[in-house]
Design a binder for this molecule. Sequence first.
Ligand SMILES: Nc1ncnc2c1ncn2[C@@H]1O[C@H](COP(=O)(O)OP(=O)(O)OP(=O)(O)O)[C@@H](O)[C@H]1O
Length: 326
Amino acid sequence: MTTPNGGPAVAVEGLSKRYGDLEAVKGIGFDVPPGEVFGFLGPNGAGKTTTIGMLCTLVRPTGGAARVAGHDIVAERDEVRRNIGLVFQDPTLDAYLTAEQNLRFHGELYGLPKDVMNERIALVLDMVDLTDRKDGKVETFSGGMKRRLEIARGLLHSPRVLFLDEPTVGLDPQTRSAIWGYINQLKDTEDITIFLTTHYMEEAEYCDRIAIIDHGEIVVLDTPEKLKASVGKDRVQIVTGDDEAAIAALKDRFGIDAGVHEGAVTFAVSSGEEFVPRLFSELGVAIRSVHVARPSLDDVFLNYAGTTIRDAEGGSNEWARRMMRR
Ligand SMILES: Nc1ncnc2c1ncn2[C@@H]1O[C@H](COP(=O)(O)OP(=O)(O)OP(=O)(O)O)[C@@H](O)[C@H]1O
């Protein structure tokens, strides 16, 4: 896909949004090239929905600028709207209409020509595996089917950029993985850029690049692989005969802060596999088993935002915060 000016599918510069005293989005900037699956990641209240709302022309920015599919989000609202598809957290399907009627209604709103309409409806229904249920009323659909239909509807008018706000929130793992199957398939079958928000770290792995937003600011932006490599620390978990003694010995002999997590003494070191032999020879406490894990995107978030995404949402993971900050 190319935009009219041959530039990025989404270009954001110094974009901000203030609600009274609260600056929800603080002058963020980034580009999304055509064809990318771009993930916008952050805890509740970080500013994800506000940003997506501005890019979709539903929320008016208080500062900065952005272009979507080559069009300015403030000066060219209609052009932006024509070129985007939206799937938001709150369902907006008509429950008393059938799946096909919902799509047809949307196609008419977008002025899809009649000859194209039937073909597009058949294509998007097939894409989300709802062809068999096209005559079923939406009120009889499961949560996952409704979300799939919303995605189909978002795609009906062949948008150049598809915005998905938390596309899998509240769905069971099986349906979540099916939705990701459709998103990946889209990359191959449609000429489209996908911009999605999520607070599921494991899902961010599927994105080509991710930006982590926290308190209205982008703290880091890169591919999942590069972000994980940048953390540079492995997570080591050991099951010991005496956790307290092990924690004291780790501090004493190696200067490492450890804590007990999930029933194991847990800490972070730069090269876990090389450290393990030293652990056995120098710790002086019996070790029953060792587990070494490469950094996950959870660790990435912890490293850059100084908290885990779960902590930011009210959980407790103080041990990890301490370790990764070192
Ligand atoms: N219309 C509004 N009026 C006032 N404050 C708002 C409004 N919309 C959002 N906010 C505030 O702006 C901040 C960012 O909210 P936003 O919904 O963008 O976050 P989010 O990252 O999408 O969170 P979530 O994952 O919960 O959807 C929050 O502090 C929120 O309370």
